[in-house]
Design a protein around this ligand. Structure first.
Ligand SMILES: *Cc1c(COP(=O)(O)O)cnc(C)c1O
Length: 228
């Protein structure tokens, strides 16, 4: 895709995100559009960077490392994929935000390694609201204990929750899932006494429902980057 077309795509999606946020009674700038650049190369990221975009999402460590070394240092990289234990140190060095923490073991390893590396990543706990076993995420019933543990970590900033709705979910089901994540966030705030401002939910197919239910960050790849 040429640069002009990509820029136009990005602007169109950004306008749509803002309009939907306004429709939901949210303040302008309340919902961050996170372009997920996993399927494109650095030149496409650079086009959006030149428009002022500073947050990008990647789901694999080698790709994140490659792009990060080729692009300006003021990009905030969001790691949104499954995080294997042997990649934690690398991801802690590369990413400002880790969206996909779904076990106490992973959480505590990130906290320890972040301390060793002198870094303080922002961390989101991924919740499997829909209960799809093959995907990541803690069960809602396990979230309170994990959230309490995250609140006590000193080398990371526990900032909120993340989820994915099933690919085949209809809009009503999407809304049920996203509304439940918002309720789980409220409960986790009450339990930990912490402000948990980030709700990372919504992708190309379901971001309108996510914004209506309180998303503060939508992760969008296809709608911005895919050829049509
Ligand atoms: C790829 C990916 C996205 C973006 O999905 P699209 O449907 O292309 O917008 C969002 N979140 C995660 C975790 C992803 O892996």
């Amino acid at each position: 895709m040429n640069a002009e077309k990509l820029a136009a795509r990005y602007r169109r999606i950004l306008a749509s995100v803002k309009r939907r946020a306004a429709d939901a009674g949210r303040a302008e700038g309340d919902v961050l559009l996170l372009p997920v650049s996993k399927t494109v190369d650095v030149d496409a990221v650079r086009v959006l960077y030149d428009l002022g975009v500073r947050d990008f999402g990647e789901n694999r460590e080698p790709e994140l490392a490659r792009k990060r070394s080729a692009l300006p240092d003021d990009i905030r990289w969001h790691f949104i994929g499954r995080l294997q234990s042997n990649k934690i140190r690398k991801v802690v060095r590369l990413a400002a935000v880790i969206h996909s923490v779904d076990s106490e073991d992973l959480l505590l390893r990130i906290d320890r390694i972040a301390g060793e590396e002198g870094r303080t990543p922002e961390v989101l706990l991924e919740v499997s609201v829909a209960g799809e076993e093959q995907k990541g995420g803690v069960a809602p019933a396990e979230l309170p204990a994990l959230a309490e543990r995250a609140a006590r970590c000193s080398n990371l900033r526990f900032a909120g929750l993340m989820t994915m709705a099933p690919l085949d979910a209809e809009e009503e089901r999407q809304r049920g899932i996203f509304a439940e994540l918002a309720a789980l966030r409220d409960a986790a705030e009450a339990r930990t006494g912490m402000k948990l401002p980030v709700l990372s939910m919504g992708m190309t197919r379901d971001y309108p429902a996510a914004i209506a239910c309180g998303a503060t960050l939508v992760r969008i790849g296809t709608a911005i980057f895919a050829e049509d």
